[in-house]
Design a protein around this ligand. Structure first.
Ligand code: NCD
Length: 354
């Protein structure tokens, strides 16, 4: 099994690594008391440049249940970031005090940038509309626990596939499992971004893109609902036009498979009617709890990794600038771009074409 040092995107994950992590997670679920001192003296730093409830609290709960501690901020206004400190310096400094850093930011590529400057592991807790790998760990755990394994499933991803970072990471992770195909259900304006579709083609993942929610439901083994991400829209008129486009009701579930699972990373904002909550196929609240256990398994590994100077940049450097207005390189212009041979040149932080 190859050790990974940072969890920036799901591309860092190998199947053997997942298998070991999941098996540790199962043991934690069964014997939580065996782990209460397993991270004593270890410290997790949390840097939240964007709001969070589940992700932040589940990680804090995870580290406390392992006997470790946590410090951090949920509002950068109280830190030197507000004095204009570069992100690179902030990442170095926080890494000097903690054993692992956990970062959420509205800027795409923030965790990838932090990994270039920190001596301790970086965990991406969501970077703008890009990736959210630890939510995917929670999603995979839910599917594995509720179905007894992952594979040979048709997964419907529904809602805001453009800005929904959870679905981007989910698709990338699913490339490791056999027989997983996708229904990508969204309005045209919120289609899956090109870099994710390109990745799906490279991995040979089967998918169809559709706007029809009702016709897709009977085909699915997993229905993954997402929120329309108001905070990422440039136009509030467009947000208002698209919100409420797909609403899962009890009535719509009549045609669904009896063992279909309904997942949602939460928070929901109207896209699942609360009357669905009592349906045994609805597992989104269990999903939040599984998220805490798999994060415990992840921290158990990362908090014990030795400090190490960050790996140097791979690939040839280029002067090309990323044009994505939500990319970390817009506010941290010293970040270098590199290109790997073959395929279109992509930003090494946010994955958009350069
Ligand atoms: C998601 C996120 O932040 O991307 N929530 C989460 O982490 N559980 C989804 C969302 O905010 O809609």
């Amino acid at each position: 099994m190859e050790q990974i040092r940072n969890l920036v995107g799901m591309g860092d994950m190998q199947k053997s690594w997942w298998d070991a992590l999941y098996s540790r997670c199962c043991d934690i679920i069964e014997h939580p008391d065996d782990y209460i001192d397993s991270c004593r003296g270890k410290i997790l730093a949390t840097m939240f440049f964007e709001p969070s409830t589940r992700t932040s609290f589940s990680f804090q709960s995870a580290v406390l249940r392992l006997g470790g501690s946590t410090f951090g901020f949920s509002d950068p206004l109280g830190t030197s970031v507000s004095k204009g400190e570069t992100f690179a310096d902030t990442a170095r400094i926080v890494g000097a005090y903690a054993d692992t850093i956990f970062i959420r930011s509205p800027l795409e590529g923030t965790a990838a940038a932090a990994a270039l400057y920190s001596d301790v592991p970086i965990i991406n807790a969501g970077d703008g509309g890009h990736f959210h790998p630890t939510q995917t760990l929670a999603d995979l755990t839910t599917i594995a626990q509720e179905r007894g394994g992952i594979g040979d499933i048709r997964v419907g991803l529904c809602g805001d596939l453009k800005y929904g970072r959870t679905v981007h990471s989910m698709v990338e992770a699913m490339a490791l499992f056999p027989g997983v195909s996708f229904y990508l259900i969204s309005p045209r304006e919120l289609r899956m971004p090109d870099y994710v579709l390109a990745q799906m083609r490279t991995h040979g993942q089967e998918f169809i893109e559709t706007e029809s929610f009702v016709e897709s439901i009977p085909e699915l083994d997993i229905l993954y609902m997402t929120r329309i991400q108001r905070e990422r829209f440039h136009s509030s008129a467009e947000y208002r036009r698209l919100k409420g486009v797909y609403i899962l009701t009890k009535d719509l579930l009549k045609d669904a498979k009896p063992d279909m699972l309904i997942l949602h990373p939460l928070p929901r904002y109207g896209e699942i009617d609360p009357e669905v909550d009592s349906d045994p196929r609805a597992v989104y609240f269990e999903q939040a709890r599984y998220g805490m256990f798999i994060r415990m398994a992840l921290l158990l590994e990362f908090l014990h990794l030795p400090r190490m100077a960050p790996a140097p940049l791979m690939g040839d450097s280029t002067e090309a600038k990323c044009q994505n207005p939500a990319c970390i390189t817009q506010t941290e212009p010293y970040l270098k771009q590199t290109v790997s041979p073959g395929g279109p040149a992509r930003c090494r932080y946010c994955d958009k074409e350069l």
